[in-house]
Write a protein that binds this ligand. Structure first.
Ligand code: HEC
Length: 490
């Protein structure tokens, strides 16, 4: 009994000063069972418990290749508020592209003798988010989600759950009205498919630091911030690691087993609806571009696979002015890169490829369902609603077609026609995409831009209005924290 009290006193004192091994807690406050990821292993073996990003780096950098990346939260051209996010990856020495651990932490403006200085936001304030971290669990075959949270006098590591918990939290997404979300972990609000998400996944990664276009800072910088900026890597590398992290998750048999435990409707969801989004744009920044290259996924969705369409910069800028766009916090009318557009998430496309691999859909069905909706529309509600007509059986097609027949909407009729037309093969689709591409290029390069521009604005709005943005635990576009799109001036 006495020795227990002594141990208890030692533990609580040591925990306060971060002197002994880490205890990682669950959200319920219990000690988390052993996890088979390299973060858990490193943390529980460390002789001091990392209380901030520098001490965590000291533990992890011994074993892994660490890379750091940075994004301007309020837009590249609004660095004044000192709000940036660092993301870091940790890969085994010989496996550069395959990061085992990802983490994020944030900056703020600190007051140093009356002067505003950009600094790492690594305090101990009660409830403060210090670090968020995802680690690949080799036994589970999917990710574990952790965070370090301030407690006032020390910081506490929490295990929040894993990719499976996220899939379960989101199992009713788009399938219930009003939307219902599970509450296992807040990470499910934005990491909707259970893995890493980098919104600006494709080049030029609009608001990220890249070698071609480093970020700008308007405030003085603390030493610890500067130290990181000196070794920061280009966002293309993070993008490659995030893509391979998504791919690893999707290819994992155990993760596939989790998804197969869901209803057929939930499995087919990424085909009918959009679960995650990414952001694309013109390749060159506005101040360097002489013309605008419109990403084809913005105009034609994910299955058109053609080169960007080149339009006149002047006509584009005239539309930005006509629609009165401006960033809420600056005088800028547009993002650093023109035609900044949300597109269907890369992870959704990987999920659709898996559906095909397990024989739930074929190419024709993918194209029929996708192109039944108006081309270029994101978050198409009507198409997404048709998901509810899918019967809960592996061979769902005949029953679905039967259910479609009772529907009166134009979209349902168009889909029925496509699905029952055996002449409409994937190669016929390719031919009509070719025709569409030629027509659209001609129209846009002749200056007839307005319908496409309006669709861009609608697509931006559609993300904020869709069910994925109704989760009270978080939204992928992070309004209030990230300022991404210019909006209509009041
Ligand atoms: C409000 C939305 C939101 C929530 C909630 C959220 N994240 Fe994220 N997280 C993001 C976004 C968005 C990115 C990618 C950065 C970007 O594109 O701006 C990201 C990136 C990350 C990354 C870097 C790897 C990657 O995905 O790009 C880690 C690690 C991470 N989050 C961990 C977590 C953990 C752990 C939780 C839960 C404790 C969590 N996040 C909750 C939005 C969120």
């Amino acid at each position: 009994m006495k020795s227990q009290i002594v141990v208890f006193l030692f533990l609580s004192a040591a925990q306060c000063f971060g002197q002994i091994n880490c205890t990682i807690l669950t959200s319920q406050g219990g000690k988390v069972p052993v996890q088979n990821d390299n973060f858990f292993k490193a943390l529980t073996a460390a002789n001091t418990c990392p209380q901030n990003i520098d001490s965590l780096n000291a533990v992890l950098d011994r074993q892994f290749v660490n890379r750091k990346f940075i994004v301007a939260n309020r837009g590249r051209n609004n660095p004044r508020m000192g709000s940036f996010s660092f993301f870091e990856s940790f890969a085994a020495r010989n496996r550069n592209a395959d990061a085992d651990i990802f983490l994020g932490h944030f900056t703020h403006l600190a007051n140093v003798s009356g002067k505003a200085v950009i600094d790492l936001d690594q305090g101990m304030k009660k409830g403060q988010l210090i670090i968020e971290l995802i680690a690949w669990d080799h036994a589970k075959g999917y990710y574990n989600f952790y965070e370090l949270i301030g407690q006032g006098t020390f910081n506490q590591w929490f295990y929040r759950g894993d990719s499976k918990d996220i899939i379960l939290d989101n199992q009713n997404l788009y399938l219930s009205q009003p939307p219902q979300f599970g509450k296992r972990l807040r990470c499910s609000g934005c990491h909707i498919s259970g893995g890493p998400i980098m919104k600006e996944l494709t080049y030029p990664h609009n608001d990220w630091w890249t070698k071609a276009r480093p970020l700008i800072f308007e405030n003085a910088q603390s030493e610890s911030f500067l130290k990181r900026i000196q070794v920061v890597d280009s966002a293309e590398i993070f993008s490659a690691q995030v893509r391979s992290g998504m791919q690893k998750l999707e290819a994992s048999p155990r993760f596939q087993m989790v998804k197969k435990s869901l209803s057929i409707q939930a499995q087919l969801r990424p085909l009918f609806c959009d679960l995650e989004i990414n952001i694309q744009s013109d390749v060159l920044p506005m101040d360097k571009a002489t013309q605008i290259q419109v990403p084809i996924a913005s105009l034609g969705g994910p299955f058109t696979g053609r080169a960007p369409i080149v339009i006149s910069k002047g006509s584009y800028q005239a539309l930005v002015r006509k629609y009165g766009l401006q960033f809420p916090e600056t005088k800028y009318h547009d993002a650093d890169h023109a035609w900044l557009t949300p597109v269907k998430g890369h992870s959704d496309l990987l999920a659709i490829a898996s559906l095909k691999a397990i024989g739930l859909v074929d190419d024709k069905t993918i194209l029929d369902i996708h192109f039944a909706a108006q081309i270029g529309t994101l978050m198409n509600k009507e198409r997404c609603q048709l998901l509810k007509l899918v019967p809960n059986t592996q061979s769902w097609l005949p029953g679905f077609v039967q259910n479609l027949k009772a529907q009166s909407s134009i979209l349902a009729k168009s889909l029925l026609q496509r699905m029952t037309n055996s002449m409409l093969t994937p190669s016929v689709y390719q031919k009509s995409i070719d025709d569409w591409y030629i027509q659209t290029s001609q129209k846009l390069s002749a200056g007839d831009l307005e319908p496409a521009f309006k669709q861009l604005l609608l697509n931006r709005r559609s993300v904020f209005e869709s069910d994925i943005s109704k989760n009270p635990m978080g939204q992928i576009l992070e309004p209030g924290f990230r300022v991404i799109f210019p909006v209509k001036r009041l």
